[in-house]
Design a protein around this ligand. Structure first.
Ligand code: ZN
Length: 200
């Protein structure tokens, strides 16, 4: 799924938690969006493995959520929300496409790595690939609740994220060609830092 879809999943999660804990709405939305995009910081090193924990993510998030419920404070609620959003991200990636330069070809059986299973989980492809129309549809659905229920600047943020999503979807297949060209043009010392799939 697109990073923007994950960001909107975070905004949705934040809006949902804000319903039950409105006094923490601001901190919850920031923590949820941050937690939702954070796992993809591993994009250039061990993508969907280094910072993606589809099982252990919940093992860590569950006690943090319990602590936040027992001792609600901006700090405990922020940590719990961040960890839950990061775990949700890793779980969502299972339902997307595989890890490859052209994921619409459906050639990869690696969706996200589970450190618990010691293996890659297979892509379910409910969202066939990141930047597909399904992905944009999901982003649009996730945007509705935060845009409708949270105060500014969240609706403006959601609209901007959706606009970026539309542009990404429109350019998705051309971008893959650009990335492959750039990867081949880079000098050898840089090569170890370029994700393997960019050399397809
Ligand atoms: Zn991811």
């Amino acid at each position: 799924m697109m990073g923007t879809t994950h960001a909107l999943a975070g905004a949705f999660l934040g809006a949902a938690i804000a319903v039950v804990a409105p006094e923490f709405a601001a901190v919850v939305v920031v923590a949820a969006v941050a937690g939702s995009v954070a796992p993809d910081l591993d994009i250039y090193h061990g993508h969907r493995r280094t910072l993606h924990y589809p099982v252990y993510g919940w093992v860590v998030a569950a006690p943090a959520v319990a602590l936040a419920a027992l001792v609600p404070s901006p700090g405990t609620v922020a940590v719990a929300t961040f960890l839950a959003a990061a775990a949700l991200h890793a779980g969502m990636d299972v339902f997307g496409g595989g890890l490859e330069l052209r994921p619409w070809e459906g050639g990869s059986e690696r969706a996200v790595y589970s450190h618990y299973h010691g293996a890659w989980l297979e892509p379910r492809r409910l969202v066939p690939y990141d930047g597909s129309l399904h992905d944009l549809g999901l982003a649009g659905v996730l945007a509705v609740v935060p845009a409708a229920t949270l105060p500014e600047p969240i609706p403006a943020f959601v609209a901007a994220v959706l606009a970026v999503s539309v542009a990404y979807v429109a350019l998705r297949k051309r971008l893959a060609a650009v990335w492959a060209t750039v990867a081949r043009a880079l000098p050898a010392p840089v090569a170890p830092y370029v994700p393997e799939r960019f050399y397809d």
